[in-house]
Write a protein that binds this ligand. Structure first.
Ligand SMILES: [Zn+2]
Ligand SMILES: [Zn+2]
Length: 51
């Protein structure tokens, strides 16, 4: 199951959710449609933070 990196919400029923690769460590980061829309920042386990 995939959960949003920002709000930890499940993205199973979220059509707007996307997966991006962390530019630093290539970990898959999941962002839900809501967090994309509101530009919530995320923080990767490698401590990289992004918009
Ligand atoms: Zn989210
Ligand atoms: Zn990372």
């Amino acid at each position: 199951m995939k959960n949003c990196i920002s709000c930890k919400k499940s993205t199973v029923n979220d059509g707007g959710a996307i997966a991006i690769a962390c530019p630093q460590c290539s970990t898959e980061l999941i962002r839900c449609g809501q967090c994309r829309k509101t530009a919530v920042s995320y923080k990767c386990k490698c401590n990289l933070e992004g918009p």
